[in-house]
Write a protein that binds this ligand. Structure first.
Ligand SMILES: NC(=O)c1ccc[n+]([C@@H]2O[C@H](COP(=O)([O-])OP(=O)(O)OC[C@H]3O[C@@H](n4cnc5c(N)ncnc54)[C@H](O)[C@@H]3O)[C@@H](O)[C@H]2O)c1
Length: 320
């Protein structure tokens, strides 16, 4: 007998996705794998050219008695801002992977934000120094604001610094983090902050390098979440060239400006990326080689992580 699908709006969903459990669920998912076809972009034409974009990210888990199938739908309508409406609407639909029955509808932005920072934290478990204490967050938007909570799940973070081109936004995030018990300060100088950080995590819309290789001290881990097109980037050629580079999936090498641009200039070769997150969690790749290594993780996002987070939330909601 099928039951009505459950609805999980943002606040409820966030409570069902505590970072420690989410990082562990992602570790299992990246280790087991799933089917995740290439994401689809469909332009939505308007009367005067393009009006919007439909993005679809499907995934389904391996065959078994319990199996899930999910699709994230993201509608991007940039001109909405003029009407004071959000430019991005996102829903995640979860189905029974054996029968196709609809199980749940969830807030897609919450799934994206939380799974993104948890993926970075999972990678940092293999790539950052175990004694990393100081975290520098670049950006203070939807994703960046979750970064300290995720890193806290994998490292004993003692200090957080925030840098953003929008200082008022950085200050807002600082006050939120201080309320939540973080020792948190605004970074006045990006260079000084990068020089003293153990981990630098960026989630911005930058198209020019923010993290310069020249500023990194041995042992630093750099986590780049933002740039998702060939023309965007958050690091310079030197930063990528001097680092042991890992990615969330193989797609990152073909989509991310941080990897495509240094390849174009010849700063790195075709085989510069050492391994993917799946290689790290299964032990096919070993991760950080020494306390002095420079490591860099570049993510562009994967439907596997969406499915993993949605499954965790659904199963937790069913237990309540
Ligand atoms: N890798 C992934 O899986 C994944 C998932 C979700 C989002 N993202 C990416 O992360 C980035 C942030 O997403 P969000 O939802 O938090 O966006 P947001 O709009 O909420 O925040 C963007 C942040 O970038 C800052 N910013 C804007 N322009 C900048 C510039 N030129 N230089 C430096 N900082 C700048 C803004 O001040 C803000 O703090 C985007 O590029 C998004 O595509 C990646």
């Amino acid at each position: 007998m099928s039951t009505a699908p459950i609805t999980l709006p943002d606040v409820e969903l966030a409570k069902l996705l505590p970072m420690e459990q989410l990082v562990e669920a992602l570790r299992r998912s990246f280790s087991e794998g799933c089917s995740a076809p290439a994401r689809e972009h469909h332009p939505i034409e308007g009367s005067q050219g393009e009006q919007g974009m439909l993005l679809l990210m499907p995934a389904w888990s391996p065959p078994g008695p319990t199996r899930y199938l999910g699709v994230k739908q993201v509608n991007i309508f940039p001109q909405n801002a003029a009407q004071n409406k959000p430019a991005l609407t996102s829903i995640y639909n979860l189905f029974d992977g054996n029968t196709g029955e609809h199980l749940a509808s969830m807030d897609g932005n919450t799934i994206t934000g939380r799974r993104t920072v948890a993926v970075s934290a999972l990678a940092a478990r293999y790539l950052s120094r175990k004694d990393s204490e100081e975290l520098l967050v670049l950006g203070s938007g939807r994703v960046a604001s979750l970064i300290p909570y995720a890193y806290q799940a994998v490292r004993d973070i003692k200090r957080v610094k925030i840098w953003d081109i929008n200082r008022a936004s950085a200050e807002q995030l600082q006050s939120l983090l201080v309320t939540d018990g973080f020792d948190c300060a605004i970074a006045d100088s990006l260079e000084d902050a990068v020089r003293s950080a153990d981990i630098v995590s960026a989630a911005t819309l930058s198209t020019t390098p923010l993290v310069l290789g020249d500023w990194l001290r041995p042992g630093t881990h750099v986590d780049l979440i933002g740039a998702f097109t060939p023309t965007m980037r958050e690091s310079d050629d030197q930063c990528v060239a001097m680092s042991d580079v890992y990615t969330d999936t193989g797609e990152a090498a073909h989509e991310a400006g941080d990897l495509i641009q240094p390849k174009k200039t010849g700063a790195i070769g075709e085989d510069h990326v050492k391994a993917t997150l799946s290689d790290l969690v299964t032990g096919r790749a070993l991760g950080r080689e020494s306390d002095a290594s420079f490591t860099l993780f570049k993510a562009v996002g994967t439907a596997l992580a969406d499915l993993s987070a949605a499954t965790l939330a659904y199963e937790a909601a069913r237990r309540i």
